[in-house]
Write a protein that binds this ligand. Structure first.
Ligand SMILES: NC(=O)c1ccc[n+]([C@@H]2O[C@H](COP(=O)([O-])OP(=O)(O)OC[C@H]3O[C@@H](n4cnc5c(N)ncnc54)[C@H](OP(=O)(O)O)[C@@H]3O)[C@@H](O)[C@H]2O)c1
Length: 312
């Protein structure tokens, strides 16, 4: 008998990793225009295409639309068929019955395409009910403007509410996008990871490098700045050192893989699709080294244990 998991959307067939584009054009959190600019991200995009990446994640709010615009501009420069995921932010003032369609049309213009592969609810924000949003999502799918529906930052009940509402419309929830990394393992405890397996929903892991922390390049002498510096203070960086050291150690066992490559491989081993953000072709190239090999079960177990024992 076919189970819910068997009915998984084949949108992600063959996709092990995608590219996150939050930093493409965003000044507020990522300082776009200072140590990296449009040339760097254009080159990163080109490298991504050359390395075979096709899945790109953006959102209408990233860089106030600039991320979608850059992605749309770069996508014009390749003949490859891309899988573009973007997101709708359910601001509390977006109350009308055409709210999704209106925002979606604006995203399509910025992205210079006529159909979104995966349209995701960015968050669950009141007052509009999830069922109402899913009704609007179903409309845009039936009109051919969207191929598949996803959610993000939804808890287990909200995810099931979205899934059930879509099932009533003859659709299924294709994906949920949640923070997931060796330093953010809430999805393992709150039931989301298990639910995704049961229901055939793909888990897209955002911030899989914990906004750069898991690359190992930040420490007391090289602290993070701005928003990231507040979120991940130097004392936090000190506390996660044992994990960074074991990422390095495991990497040595795999022909010198870097902490970033091992951390991304760990997410893949958990059955999720990581979407690391890259600002430059060098970062893109390094992260590509997360593919084509696998950590052993023992290594995953060791990393699990070290991360679980951190006092963060
Ligand atoms: N749904 C949501 O609510 C949500 C929330 C957050 C993110 N996302 C999505 O997930 C994507 C990825 O998450 P993220 O960008 O927050 O964090 P991330 O992927 O964990 O970290 C990305 C940052 O790490 C650094 N980095 C990446 N690869 C590196 C390498 N090989 N060597 C050295 N540094 C490297 C870069 O910043 P520096 O060089 O400045 O260190 C890069 O911008 C986003 O772009 C977005 O698409 C979604």
């Amino acid at each position: 008998m076919e189970t819910a998991a068997d009915q998984r959307s084949d949108l992600f067939k063959g996709i092990e990793m995608g590219i996150g584009t939050w930093s493409w054009g965003d000044r507020l959190i990522w300082d776009f225009g200072t140590d990296y600019d449009s040339n760097d991200i254009r080159q990163a995009f080109r490298s991504a295409i050359d390395f075979g990446f096709r899945f790109f994640d953006t959102a209408e709010v990233y860089g106030q639309g600039r991320s979608e615009e850059y992605l749309g501009e770069f996508a014009q420069e390749t003949n490859e068929k891309l899988i573009i995921a973007t997101k709708f932010m359910p601001y509390p003032w977006r109350l009308g019955s055409q709210a999704i369609k209106k925002a979606l049309r604006a995203s399509l213009v910025r992205l210079k395409i006529d159909r979104i592969a995966l349209y995701q609810m960015h968050q669950a924000i009141p007052p509009v009910k999830i069922e109402t949003w899913m009704g609007q999502m179903a409309e845009v799918v039936h009109e051919g403007l969207v191929e598949a529906v996803g959610v993000s930052n939804y808890d287990i009940n909200q995810t099931m509410a979205a899934q059930n509402a879509l099932l009533r419309q003859g659709l299924r929830l294709a994906a949920t996008q949640m923070e997931y990394s060796l330093l953010a393992r809430q999805v393992e405890r709150n039931g989301i990871l298990e639910l995704c397996k049961e229901q055939g929903i793909r888990l897209i892991a955002y911030s899989p490098l914990t906004m750069g922390v898991l690359t190992g390049k930040y420490d007391r002498e090289h602290p993070l700045k701005g928003f990231r510096g507040t979120k991940y203070s130097t004392s936090y960086l000190e506390k996660v050192k044992p994990l960074i050291n074991s990422l390095k150690k495991v990497g040595i066992e795999h022909e010198g893989k870097t902490p970033a490559q091992v951390a991304l491989n760990w997410v893949i081993c958990k059955g999720s699709i990581p979407i690391p953000g890259e600002k430059t072709p060098r970062q893109l190239e390094e992260n590509t080294g997360a593919l084509g090999w696998r950590l052993t079960e023992d290594e995953v177990g060791t990393l699990d244990e070290i991360s679980a024992n951190l006092k963060i």
